[in-house]
Design a protein around this ligand. Sequence first.
Ligand SMILES: Cc1cc2nc3c(=O)[nH]c(=O)nc-3n(C[C@H](O)[C@H](O)[C@H](O)COP(=O)(O)OP(=O)(O)OC[C@H]3O[C@@H](n4cnc5c(N)ncnc54)[C@H](O)[C@@H]3O)c2cc1C
Length: 1052
Amino acid sequence: MSVSRISHASQYFLAKAWSFVSLCRYAHVPVWVSSRRKHTNSQQYTAVIFDMGGVLIPSPATLAAEWELKNNLQPGWIWKTILSGENYVAWDRCMLGELTFEEFVAVVSKEKQIKPYLEAITSQKEYQIPAMREAIQCIRAEGLKTAVLTNNFWFKHQSFLPVEKVDFDVVIESCREGISKPNPEIYKRCLERLKVQPTESIYLDDVGRNLKPAAQLGMVTIKVGDVTTAIQKLESLLRFPLHGYVPGTQTVHKHMDIPTDCLKEYLQTTLGLSSAEPLTLRQFSHGQSNPTYHIRSGNRQLVLRKKPPGKLLQSAHAVEREYRVMKALGSMGVPVPKVLAICEDPSVLGTSFYLMEYCQGRIFKDPTLPGLSAHQRTEIYSAMNHVLCQIHQVDVHAAGLEDYGKHGNYIERQVHTWIKQYRASETRNIPAMEQIIKWLPENLPTHEKTTIVHGDFRLDNLIFHPDKPEVLAILDWELSTLGDPISDVALSCLAHYLPPDFPILKGLNNCDLTELGIPSDLEYLTMYCDNMGINPVKNWNFYMAFSFFRVTAILQGVYKRSLQGQASSTKAETAGKLVESTAELSWMFAIREGFRKFKSIPTRNPNPPVRKYSTWNRQRSSATNFLSTLSLNNHSKHLLSVHKGHLIISPEGLSPRVQELYHQLTMFMDKHIYPLERELTDHQRDENRWTPNPKMEKLKTEAKAKGLWNLFLPLKTDPEIKYGAGLTNLEYAHLCEVMGRSLHAPEAFNCSAPDTGNMEILLKYGTEAQKEQWLLPLLEGKIRSCFAMTEPHVASSDATNIEASIVEEGDSYILNGHKWWISGAMDPRCKLCVFMGKTNPQAHRHRQQSMILVSMDTPGMTVIRPLSVYGMEDPPGGHGELLFENVRVSKENILLGPGQGFEIAQGRLGPGRIHHCMRLIGYADRALQLMKERVKTRVAFGRPLAEQGTIMADIANSRIEIEQARLLVLKAAHLMDTVSGKEAASEISMIKLVAPNMALHVIDRAIQAFGAAGLSSDYPLAQFFGWARALRLADGPDEVHRAVVAKLELKR
Ligand SMILES: Cc1cc2nc3c(=O)[nH]c(=O)nc-3n(C[C@H](O)[C@H](O)[C@H](O)COP(=O)(O)OP(=O)(O)OC[C@H]3O[C@@H](n4cnc5c(N)ncnc54)[C@H](O)[C@@H]3O)c2cc1C
């Protein structure tokens, strides 16, 4: 479906579905309807197909005749020359797209007179014939499809198509198709793409031989000589006028016709219009449950809006209210169409109606505002914001509208009304809707202002000045009343969260708003608050949740009627899915609101927030059962009995807030990380690899904007949630596994080693000044850091071995040492090195070491070379070999105090090790996923690999090992949360052993199943393998961890 089809479909559906009142309040509204109304008069025709030259744009033959006359050439000479000999062959090839127009011109340019003519063909300014364009607009307004079917060519690297493409559902160009008219194949393609039968279509061409195959296929043909005559012929076939087009209108529906004589008489007596002038009527197709007509009488254009015919609910279709509010607001300077008269006498036109001036201008159906610059878009949205404020600033008493609705509790009343509406049309259980129905009444706003509310304030209900960013008129006041103004602001931001292909209202979700120049919903809200001079709205998420809830209730009404009506099952199913997706959006905002409230608990609260280590209600029993089946040792059992926490074993068990983060993170990975993986890996091999990749920087900005930032900082370290997201280690474990699925992901979320460990020690042990200088820029992702402990000349798995010295000298320390495998040291953004050395070699072996903060630009520091793991350098951070020669550092840079280094190192490695292990689960799970995809599609020895017994065994073993390792990692994280890292030492060492070894096995099996491809850089497997192997050494070799487990076990 082309863009224009989608927008047309949505408009039509909007007409029937979106206008809030029309849908649910009134029973007569039609059910889910087809996306285009087929004009009843046009009978069998559903599509009109146009040739281009000579039909849509002036004929090249006519131009040739003029050219020949002007240049004293024989009539017909130009085209005779083009269509003869080798010129003809070249022309034919040009139409088939084998030669460009420029190449064709070169072939024929030996005929000196031809070249300037050909250049003239492509350089005309005004192309499209206006009468034909208007005819097309009229055809489309009636719901028929249109296509252009042309023999054309490539010109200046584009196909030559000087027509308005938005006017066509299908465009068939010979140079793209590689076939040209009169080949019947090209006509068939056109019909196929239009999805119409030949007999349902009309074809217009100026060349007889091109019409012949169309007629043979069964299409009705019109030979275009004179355009006016051709349009008349088309009109007589279609049986509706092809002139007098007014944007947004179509011919009047038969059952909506109004007696023109009575109307004429009324216009004469009330407005003094001349009865001598012919009166033409068209009907607006957009969004009105009250039929709305365009009237043209001479030069005067009016709009008439009336109640629909038939039996109506009392208080429904209150055109009198609309008239009243528009008249009042117009007098208060709000831009509304000027109302002229109201007639409540049903004897005139059958029902009450009112008249207003027709306001000409731009209506934007597409919120991305295609065709405008970023600056113009910003202006349009701020004009929209401005007029909304104008409505809300109206003094209801001065406007005489104080009795226009009830005062106060608007949201509460609305919530109850829409719950009732929803229940009345409910067809199945929608979990998100049940949750929101419970949540809304419990979270109602405590303070509400009362102003005029529009009730359906959207971009496409505004008429803008043709050139300026100025709203000329606000339409559709059917839902207006007195109420809470923020509901209007939220309603105007719905599009921000709907996908661009949402069939009812084209959305802005996933569009790059900054690039487009469109304010985000929060920027729009801030703009509103500034314009109104009010404080920021804190519970914005509530209003968004409420708005999506209301939309869901409306859509459910539509869905129910679609089930009862004649809608096709596919359409009904689509409607059903929409209901669920808007319900989920509503619940998403409720979760956000919960998150906001949680975060807004005062940070100086004497009782800092205590997390409930609870699984989700529905999961609780299974989680508890699961715990009881675990063979925990007495120590762990004791710890778990002391702390009421539950071990959350799957993301579904996480709190709604963390589930939302998990969901956002997964979406971010799908949308941004995986598609970019290849490019990021390639960058690591090119010559610029030691400079940061701008694409990664962009990812960081996007992740930050989505709140997917610094998720690693544990709640225990940051209890006031000042720096991180306030997650427990267990919660982060689930998220970190997702990040581990791509080697590039952790950095994008500012969650990569060694920065995470360094940030944690700065937060735990740093002074305020140290935090200010290093922690804040690290948290913001502005700088990076490294951690220097390992030395080439001593066995560094035993930290007491290290030889680097930190010697006191006056106000400074002098550092000397040789370090290697210092991750991140090569990165130009690396500004901080956490250096470990000995301040007192004579002290107790665990009190000799200290840690000190060293700025990377301190004299005496030299980065000697980057090291590599299986040839992988891991740029731009790399793993550097560093020399420290008499490096002078201020005493203030010492961390915690002299002799505390060993203690800090222990504290640093706990969470860091856990993070590595969580990521390793991610590597392994991704490797298994890739393996499964691969073996399902590759066949060896007559069977898919997936059916080979050994492969099945490998898959099973991998899954079992992943699950085992994950449970152990989650348990370690849980213990870190509920007890201290020290008490969780055994589990931390266990996972540091288990996770890399498990990952190596799983990845190795995946590599094997991939064949040689598994070793290549086309897949992440080889890299996963390399880094999993390195993690059997980094942060301590396996043997050291095994020794810890054994020692602790022996002590028990
Ligand atoms: C990719 C990568 C990144 C790294 N990043 C950093 C970093 O940022 N900062 C940093 O300071 N260091 C870093 N390291 C270094 C890492 O921490 C050390 O390599 C590790 O601690 C082991 O020290 P070592 O290399 O000196 O090995 P050694 O201490 O020499 O040990 C060698 C081997 O001896 C054996 N062994 C040691 N102890 C025992 C024991 N008790 N029982 C039995 N056998 C034993 C083990 O097999 C061990 O592998 C990194 C390493 C890698 C591979």
